[in-house]
Design a protein around this ligand. Structure first.
Ligand SMILES: NC(=O)c1ccc[n+]([C@@H]2O[C@H](COP(=O)([O-])OP(=O)(O)OC[C@H]3O[C@@H](n4cnc5c(N)ncnc54)[C@H](OP(=O)(O)O)[C@@H]3O)[C@@H](O)[C@H]2O)c1
Length: 234
C-alpha cells in the first residue's frame, strides 16, 4: 500500500462516495472525483483543499458510454499511476420486472455495471503492480430483494464482473474487492419511514474500505459484507 495514494472515486459527492472521499482525503496525494453535478464537485473540491493534496473533478454521466469513454481518456492523461479505483456510483430505481418501464433495467445496467466495466478496463495499465479496485456492490448482489428486482439483477451482474476482474487482475498485482453493504443512510433513503438506527452510516462503509485497502500487499479481502446489526429491512 502507498502512503499517499492517488485515488479515483465515482459518485464522490454524496452518500457512501462522499464518506469515502473524506476518509481517503487526509492521506491522499491526489483525489480524482467523479459525479454529474459540476456545482457539487466544485464545492467539495474547495472544501477538501489543503497543501499536498491535488483534487481534480470530472463532471460525467457514467450511465452514458461516450461520456464514460471520454472520462477514461481524461483520467489516463491526468494519471501517471493509480493506487485506488473506487467504482461507487450507482442507483436504485423502483419497479417490478413485469411492469416497470424498459428504461429502468437498462439505465441501472449502464450505471451499476457498464460504468465499472469501461472505467476499470481503461485504467488497468495505470494500476499494474500496486493498484486496488473496489466495487461498491450490495447485499442485493447475493440476495434477490422482492421489492427491488431489477436493482438486484444489476448488483448480481456487478458482482460477477468484479469476480471476473479479480481473476484477470490478481496476476498483474492488482487487488480487487467487492464491498456488499446493507441499507446505508444516504440521500436515496430520504423520506423513508423507519428509525435511522436500522441503517448503516456511510462512514461505516468508508472505514471498511479504508481498512481493507490498508492490508499489506500480498493479502486481499475479496468480498466484504457489512450490514446493520439488526439485519436487512425486509
Ligand atoms: N445507500 C444504500 O443503502 C446502499 C446499500 C448498498 C449498496 N449501495 C451502493 O452504494 C453506491 C452509492 O450509493 P449511495 O446510496 O451512497 O448513493 P447516493 O447517496 O445516491 O449518491 C450517488 C452519488 O453518485 C453520483 N451519481 C449518481 N448518478 C450518477 C451518474 N449517472 N453518473 C455519475 N455519477 C452519478 C451522485 O452525484 P450526481 O447526482 O451529481 O451525479 C452522487 O455523488 C451505489 O452503487 C449503491 O448501489 C448503496
Amino acid at each position: 500500500m502507498t502512503p499517499n495514494p492517488v485515488v479515483v472515486i465515482t459518485g464522490a459527492t454524496k452518500g457512501i462516495g462522499l464518506a469515502l472521499t473524506e476518509r481517503f482525503a487526509p492521506a491522499a496525494s491526489q483525489l480524482h472525483l467523479v459525479a454529474r453535478s459540476h456545482e457539487d464537485l466544485a464545492a467539495l473540491a474547495a472544501r477538501l483543499k489543503r497543501p499536498g493534496l491535488e483534487v481534480c473533478t470530472y463532471a460525467c454521466d457514467l450511465s452514458d458510454k461516450d461520456q464514460t469513454k471520454r472520462l477514461v481518456t481524461a483520467l489516463t492523461a491526468a494519471l501517471e499511476q493509480l493506487d485506488v479505483l473506487i467504482n461507487n456510483a450507482g442507483l436504485y430505481l423502483p419497479g417490478e420486472v413485469v411492469s416497470e418501464p424498459d428504461a429502468n433495467l437498462e439505465y441501472m445496467m449502464r450505471l451499476n455495471v457498464f460504468a465499472q466495466y469501461y472505467l476499470t478496463r481503461g485504467l488497468v495499465d495505470r494500476m499494474a503492480g500496486h493498484g486496488h479496485v473496489f466495487a461498491m456492490a450490495s447485499v442485493a448482489s447475493r440476495k434477490m430483494f422482492a421489492d427491488k428486482p431489477s436493482y438486484s439483477i444489476t448488483k448480481h451482474a456487478q458482482l460477477a464482473l468484479t469476480d471476473a476482474l479479480r481473476t484477470e487482475l490478481h496476476p498483474q498485482g492488482i487487488r480487487v474487492t467487492a464491498i456488499l453493504p446493507g441499507p446505508t443512510w444516504s440521500a436515496s433513503w430520504e423520506g423513508a419511514d423507519f428509525p435511522t438506527d436500522r441503517l448503516l452510516q456511510a462512514e461505516h462503509v468508508a472505514e471498511m474500505v479504508w481498512q481493507v485497502w490498508n492490508l499489506p500487499q500480498g493479502a486481499v479481502v475479496e468480498e466484504l459484507v457489512i450490514r446493520p446489526q439488526l439485519g436487512d429491512l425486509d
